[in-house]
Design a protein around this ligand. Structure first.
Ligand SMILES: *[C@@H]1O[C@H](CO)[C@@H](O)[C@H](O)[C@H]1NC(C)=O
Length: 352
């Protein structure tokens, strides 16, 4: 390019930029601002291109990380993949059952976080299969009201069981593996007793009278049953015995203080789900409260055994001798299911 050409070009550009400007000062200011705008535009272009490239790169990296997590190389070698490594970038390979369940697990975890937030931290630590089955309840107005009540009561009083244990009944086995249901009413209201399974108490806490009476009945009903020396019924729950209270929280030392706040509707929905979706479940309904709550159970589909409550006030009027534990097992065997080993309440070795 010749010098003349260059000068002509510069002159043209200059007239284009400075058009309409009269005073040299204005010209200078104007030129400065124009250049600044140009610079800013350039900068923005650079910044936005930086963001687009880095963001899309990050997404890719994330999906790569996901891929690694979803498909552990040890479990699913590349050779098995029907899609070549090159195609992998463009096509989605069909998901294996493990991948699907892993994705489902992640979805449920995210859901649980959301529900925890929506229910003021009342719904925490709920078993995944239970969360999936009961998900719709948590966003209903009654549950919103209930969680506000429980959360608020926890700020003013001691409430049992501790937050993390309100839903321990959902962590013992998947919802579809429930075989026996024992319905309770209200959690124990003394310190360290309630831990989210009805009738059960933590080890180190003296078993309350109703539970002692259950152990008494078991001793005569089930061969080889011996008092375990504690009241921790986790060993039953893990085999598919759902130990469900109608009301899931209580204020310390005030029996039934959280009744009629919404828990009953929620636990009714649990019973309704089991009634509708499972077959041949044995329901042990002790006392008129449990029997009323269990009135909805379809007796053609499930087995309902009734007796008076094991409380010392009524146990002698028919709880002793009801043989519900062995009867429940007979029903389970008839259904082709594994019976419950009621003796499975191991003592846990504690540090001295
Ligand atoms: C209750 O029993 C289960 C197993 O049967 C055990 O894992 C758990 O630690 C026990 N809880 C307490 C508080 O000892």
């Amino acid at each position: 390019m010749s010098t003349t050409c260059l000068l002509l070009l510069l002159a043209r550009q200059a007239t284009g930029i400075f058009v309409g400007c009269r005073s040299p000062l204005l010209q200078f200011v104007n030129s400065f601002s124009v250049r600044r705008t140009q610079l800013e535009m350039l900068g923005q272009a650079k910044i936005s291109s930086f963001f687009t490239t880095s963001a899309s790169k990050r997404c890719q990296d994330d999906s790569k990380v996901e891929d690694v997590q979803v498909t552990p190389p040890s479990k699913k070698p590349r050779i098995e993949s029907p899609v070549s490594a090159e195609d992998n970038h463009h096509q989605v390979a069909p998901l294996s059952p493990e991948q699907k369940s892993d994705i489902e697990k992640k979805r449920l975890n995210a859901k649980l976080k959301l529900i925890e937030h929506q229910t003021s931290g009342v719904v925490v630590n709920i078993g995944p299969s239970w969360l999936k089955a009961l998900e719709a309840e948590f966003s209903k107005p009654y549950f919103q009201k209930l969680s506000k009540f429980v959360d608020n009561d926890r700020t003013k009083h001691t409430v049992f069981p501790p937050v993390q244990e309100v839903f321990s009944w959902t962590r013992m086995c998947p919802i579809r593996e429930v075989k026996v249901v024992i319905l309770g009413q209200d959690p124990y209201h003394g310190p360290k007793q309630a831990h989210g399974l009805c009738f059960s108490v933590q080890e180190g806490v003296v078993p309350p009278p109703s539970l002692e009476n259950m152990f008494k009945e078991l001793t005569t009903d089930i061969d080889g049953f011996k008092h375990p020396g504690h009241g921790n019924l986790t060993g039953w729950a893990q085999q598919g015995v759902l130990l469900l209270n109608a009301v899931l929280t209580v204020r310390a030392h005030q029996a039934n203080s959280h009744k009629d706040q919404g828990w009953e509707a929620f636990t009714d929905s649990v019973i309704a789900w089991l009634n509708r979706n499972l077959h041949g479940v044995v329901f042990l309904l002790w006392g008129s409260y449990a029997q009323k709550k269990g009135a909805v159970i379809d007796k053609k589909r499930h087995h309902v055994l009734k007796a008076v409550h094991p409380s010392p006030l009524s146990a002698y009027r028919g709880f002793f001798g009801c043989k519900h534990f062995s009867q429940a097992n007979e029903w389970l065997v008839k259904e082709g299911k594994q019976p419950i080993d009621w003796t499975q309440l191991p003592r846990v070795a504690r540090k001295p």
